[in-house]
Design a protein around this ligand. Structure first.
Ligand SMILES: CC(C)(COP(=O)(O)OP(=O)(O)OC[C@H]1O[C@@H](n2cnc3c(N)ncnc32)[C@H](O)[C@@H]1OP(=O)(O)O)[C@@H](O)C(=O)NCCC(=O)NCCS
Length: 168
């Protein structure tokens, strides 16, 4: 299912997609998006572990409200590590990009962090990932450092972004 068309406003995005905890049955669809999104994708076991084993993790999926079937269009993996929110992974299915869903997923994670008493949100992104970097900067994240040769396939530096969750 695609929602191709004009960019949606915040309320429209929220009315089109519901965000829910990731379930084990979602993992095959998540893996498809992961492979369409990253040159060095997480393996299936990593997502299964996030759901089954990681007590710090709150994996979330986005599904269209209009569909009776559960169709995963995007996901985000946030960790709440004491006073820090770590955004470990986020991706939107290529057919659903550019409509505000990525922003919606990140906003939802920031709200989770605030509710959980976190003081800061942190994430890493490939230096060449201009789209994701633009998203984070537009949401108030600031560059906080560089991890040299952090990524493989291809090898690349990571830019660390952080955002205070105590801001108004
Ligand atoms: C990054 C990603 C999650 C964004 O999801 P999305 O739903 O397409 O993003 P949105 O529609 O919410 O757009 C949010 C912002 O991203 C940036 N953006 C989105 N598409 C863009 C494009 N084609 N060109 C430039 N910037 C773009 C803009 O800053 C945009 O804000 P704006 O609408 O005010 O211009 C998505 O592109 C994706 O899944 N990419 C592959 C996986 C990835 O890189 N994940 C991040 C790893 S750190």
């Amino acid at each position: 299912m695609s929602v191709e068309g004009a960019r949606l406003g915040k309320e429209s995005v929220r009315s089109l997609y519901r965000l829910e905890p990731m379930q084990l049955d979602d993992v095959p669809a998540v893996i498809n998006i992961e492979h369409a999104s990253f040159s060095n994708p997480w393996p299936k076991e990593a997502f299964l572990d996030e759901i089954r084993k990681n007590a710090f993790s709150y994996p979330t999926v986005a599904c269209p409200r209009a569909s009776r079937e559960r169709i995963v269009c995007g996901y985000l993996i946030p960790w709440i590590v004491f006073e820090e929110l770590h955004i470990q992974n986020v991706a939107v299915h290529p057919l659903h990009r550019g409509r505000g869903l990525g922003r919606h997923l990140v906003e939802d994670a920031l709200e989770l962090g605030k509710r959980s008493g976190c003081r800061v949100a942190l994430l890493e992104v490939r230096e060449s990932n201009a789209i994701a970097r633009s998203l984070y900067v537009s949401m108030g994240f600031r560059e906080a450092g560089k991890r040299r040769r952090y990524y493989s396939h291809p090898q690349e530096h990571a830019i660390v972004y952080q955002k205070s969750l105590k801001d108004p």
